[in-house]
Write a protein that binds this ligand. Structure first.
Ligand code: CMC
Length: 427
């Protein structure tokens, strides 16, 4: 068998190095031995935006971007979305296996027990203007949770970590719902532990005077959407949770960093940006002009393209099916027609074909959230609720990984060499 190494010849010195290959990967640190002089720092790799760098080993989520495959702990996303509940998926991601009945009961019970938030949270909320962006409120409040649970800093204790994971799973829907009510000036609706995870959240958002008639189709659709968002390996927000968590901070602070990363329009904020884009396009006859302007470099087709998927995002396929169910209940949204036509044109256009740009998870999700009654600026909060179990599972995995240390990338310094301070009069 051929040796699992790569031979590198440094043409500056003529020296040869054999570098081991494991899992089709070379360790960047193995390149450090490559030097011209003994006191050189050694060779580094340069990889802005981590285009080709694995930062961890992970057993949670598998993606094959060329073949459009997504699996949580080995289970295909299509089966998971069809058969599992959101809390089952959260358990699977965090514990590695699907729960047995007693395990699911325990997990659900633990989460239900912690759904209430300290009433001081409401005081924070009230400090925000009614039109504050929901993601800004969410990241602030989740970060503030660490002050309510100072014990969460004991991250070396597995039981303590479990308790904080449960708290976050339990309280995020409550906080998200309170944000929804704050934006509308509605009184807050307390959690109801006789309802399931999704039912309780929907009740806390939409209930008026304690009354809400749930629509089971819409509730199931929301559950599937959250499942489809539950983890996506080392994306921007998950990498933020891992990087911030690697400093040893409590999980509330690390997760609030993830929420901040998710907020951006290139990441979770794309679902909001898609709706803004569809509004701007306005009607199907303006699509060709819009596509031309994207091709000319004026903005992007939001909800299209992905760093990893170079074929149809499997989540987008499933979401399209969910959209059919939802629109049967709520009636067609004229923006859906624009979105479908936009997709049709983009998928047959050379610009998008050449760059392998396909609809991603955010292209249709916003239309569904809107049909359910959520406002545009709230969509990314729903994404955050979905992604939370993934952030927690990845945080836990990072803590248990003996190879991980504080995240600390290197740089190539491009600034001035040493120079003498110039006094004010001489500048
Ligand atoms: N519309 C038009 N052109 C695009 C788009 C787009 N949505 N996405 C990428 N391109 C072009 C880009 O201009 C570049 O062209 P060229 O080679 O001529 O310079 C080429 O495709 C490669 O783009 P890139 O920016 O190098 O790709 P990336 O892997 O860095 O970016 C992305 C991935 C998701 C940030 C990007 O596709 C994008 O901005 N999409 C729109 C925002 C969006 O929908 N984000 C949600 C992502 S899925 C949910 C999530 O995980 O957050």
């Amino acid at each position: 068998m051929a040796s699992e190494t790569i031979t590198i010849i440094d043409n500056r010195t003529g020296k040869q190095y054999d570098v081991p290959i494991t899992d089709e990967t070379v360790r960047a640190i193995d390149l450090r031995q490559i030097k011209v002089k003994d006191d050189d720092f050694g060779l580094m790799t340069y990889d802005p935006a981590f285009m080709n760098t694995a930062a961890c080993r992970s057993a949670i989520t598998f993606i094959d971007g060329d073949r459009g495959i997504l699996r949580y702990r080995g289970y295909p996303i299509e089966q998971i979305a069809d058969k599992a509940s959101f809390l089952e998926v959260a358990y699977l991601l965090n514990e590695g296996e699907l729960p047995t009945k007693p395990q699911l009961e325990q997990w659900t019970g633990d989460i239900q027990y912690h759904t209430y938030v300290h009433t001081n949270i409401i005081k924070f909320l009230e400090g925000f203007r009614y039109d504050a962006h929901p993601m800004g409120m969410l990241l602030g409040i989740v970060g503030a949770l660490s002050t309510f649970y100072p014990d969460a800093k004991h991250i070396d204790d597995p039981a303590n970590r479990y308790a904080q994971r449960v708290r976050l799973m339990a309280k995020l829907p409550t906080i998200a719902a309170y944000i929804f009510r704050h934006s509308r000036g509605l009184p807050y609706e307390l959690p109801r532990n006789d309802l399931d995870y999704i039912g309780n959240f929907v009740n806390m958002t939409f209930s008026i005077g304690g009354k809400h008639e749930p629509n089971p189709v819409l509730q199931k659709a929301l559950e599937i959407l959250l499942i489809l968002h539950a983890d996506h390996e080392q994306n921007c927000s998950t990498s933020a949770v891992r990087a911030v968590g690697s400093s040893g901070v409590d999980p509330f602070s690390a997760v609030s960093a993830g929420i901040a990363a998710l907020y951006g329009p290139s990441h979770g904020g794309a679902n909001e940006a898609v709706l803004v884009m569809l509004d701007e396009i306005g009607s199907a006859d303006r699509i060709p002009a819009f596509i031309d302007s994207v091709k000319a470099g004026h903005g992007r087709l939001m909800g299209f393209g992905h760093r990893v998927y170079k074929s149809y995002d499997p989540r987008a396929k499933l979401i399209k099916a969910v959209a059919d169910d939802v629109f049967k209940q709520t009636g067609l949204n004229p923006k859906l027609e624009i979105a479908l036509e936009l997709e049709r044109i983009a998928l047959s256009d050379e610009y998008f074909i050449k760059r392998k740009l396909y609809p991603n998870v955010d292209f249709y999700s916003g239309l569904i959230y809107q049909a359910m009654g959520y406002p545009t600026d709230y969509f990314t909060v729903l994404f955050a609720m979905g992604r939370l179990p993934g952030w927690l599972a990845q945080w836990e995995e990072m803590i248990n990984d003996k190879e991980q240390k504080i995240a600390r990338p290197r740089q190539i310094f491009t600034g001035k060499d040493e120079r003498a301070f110039v006094p004010m009069a001489k500048r």
